[in-house]
Design a protein around this ligand. Structure first.
Ligand code: HEM
Ligand code: HEM
Length: 175
């Protein structure tokens, strides 16, 4: 693990690509819940799943990179802020990791392939794990519809506060 005081350029790019991908996945997920017909729901879900294949790869890369690089030192914060950022950032990554595993597992444990825009399909025969199917769905939907959006709202407010305060503190971490 590399010790540092600031986020690297790769970390910053990873952060903002993640924001775009996660907001898109959430929008598709919520659009599927509110779809006016089964056909629309299936269509929206097919995009969610196809894009989800690439989101899986990207989230795996950005979690691996964070494990390699570590989080920057945060001595400029109070103990409570340090603790909130410590827990909050790790929880965000953990929830994203669980989402990109439970989504595919939900499909594969029911013997469905992951169809990527009709370009190719990823099929892994996991129907022997069908006892996990409902737990995968429950975790994916509860995290996707409630826990992650709530944490993102809190994180965004904390981020805005961070930018306002770090104007006066050039030693602060930034992203
Ligand atoms: C989908 C939405 C978002 C997700 C999933 C997310 C995730 C994360 C994660 C995991 C970190 C820890 C560092 C890293 O590994 O990248 C982080 C840091 C940070 N994020 Fe976000 N973020 C989101 C949206 C935002 C937004 C909208 C803002 C701006 C208001 C923001 C501002 C920041 C800042 C300033 C940091 C660094 C804070 C520090 O270390 O003191 N994030 N974010
Ligand atoms: C950041 C990543 C992800 C987010 C934020 C996310 C979000 C959501 C949300 C909010 C729903 C709820 C929609 C509903 O209840 O019908 C959902 C459902 C679903 N997602 Fe994801 N998802 C992500 C990744 C994935 C991946 C990688 C896959 C598979 C490749 C996937 C497959 C599914 C499936 C199959 C459902 C429907 C579950 C059901 O029928 O109850 N998701 N997702």
């Amino acid at each position: 693990m590399v010790s540092q005081k600031h986020y690297s350029a790769i970390s910053i790019i990873n952060h903002w690509i993640t924001v775009i991908l996660v907001i898109t996945m959430l929008t598709l997920g919520f659009a599927a819940v509110g779809a006016p017909s089964d056909e629309v729901e299936d269509y929206v879900m097919s995009i969610h799943i196809a894009l989800g294949f690439f989101v899986f790869l990207f989230i795996a890369w950005r979690i691996a990179f964070r494990l390699y690089e570590g989080f920057p030192e945060r001595e400029e914060k109070t103990a409570i802020e340090r603790w909130a950022a410590y827990i909050g950032h790790r929880t965000l990554l953990l929830l994203l990791g669980i989402l990109v595993i439970t989504g595919p597992m939900y499909l594969l444990t029911e013997n469905e392939c992951i169809d990527v825009f009709g370009w190719f399909s990823v099929c892994v025969p996991l129907e022997g794990l069908d006892f996990m199917h409902e737990a995968m769905e429950w975790l994916h939907v509860v995290i996707g519809l409630y826990l992650l959006p709530a944490l993102i709202v809190i994180h965004t407010l904390a981020g805005i506060r961070h930018y306002i305060l770090s104007d006066a503190d050039t030693n602060s971490t930034d992203i």
